[in-house]
Design a protein. Sequence first.
Length: 322
Amino acid sequence: MRCQSALLDQSAALPFAGQRVLLTGASGFLGWQVARQGLAAGVAVHCLGRSPGPDGTHHHVADLTDREGVGAAVAAITPHAVIHCAAPGVAYGAIALAEMLAVAVLGVEALLDACARLPAPPQVVLVGSGFEYAPAPHAVTEDWPIVPAGSHYGAAKAASSCVAGAFADRLAMTLLRPFHIYGAGEAERRLGPFIIAQARSGKPVELTACAQIRDFLHVDDCAAMIWAALEATTDAPALTLNNLGCGQPISLRTFVETIVAELAARGVAAECRVGALSYRAAEPMVSLPDISRWQVRDLRKARIALADGVADLVTQELGACA
């Protein structure tokens, strides 16, 4: 059974009810929730990729690096709108940089070129990452330098953003850069699911000192923000940039303690050995978005408190393991 968030809010996708929306990355953590929100709102969600999305979506099999295959699928779907969530290598060290760049550069170019060739080009939302930015000891705006440090994923996402910029005179696009998304359905190696799995099996969890400062955005909030950005994307060709986050700096230690407390409330003890590991080389101690531009646009804001998001994460992870 696939673990997935129970905090499903379809309201932001309702303006697209009955419309065809093309979604890449629908089998992934974020894309899966974007698809679920769309389906709940009555959207005709067409998923493009090697793996299918949730039941109810229309799956079009294609490798994003297959330019002809992508072009044929886009021409057949003729979408009203497009959401590009595909993101290989989110987990640290998951795949080689060359493979990540192939999807990030060739895949985005193939997708956007196919969209631009349609008689009525669709509005497009692309999901980037806060890891594209150069490290900073403070929250960064969209104007902060794009110089990823020690992150292959960030480098691939930055390359993808550059390709998107090349289509700014042909397509109406919004590029979103969420920072730290969490919630049910994350990969097993991610921090939350890992702590829960270790606690359930009675094994200790070795951690760093957990002094890192992050902005934790629940996956349901992030998915709803994507739909809201799609609705707000104008018809005129341009590329709009927005950081996404909840706007609340939280230490990694607080995040860990919230999970441990939620597990304890359910009778599951977690032994976290804080300080047992050294920090990873080049890992930023502070990684925060300045979300002023998003707030000025007065679009969908984060609504899920950390305690509620973690409670859902623990509920779904424990249930999936039962």
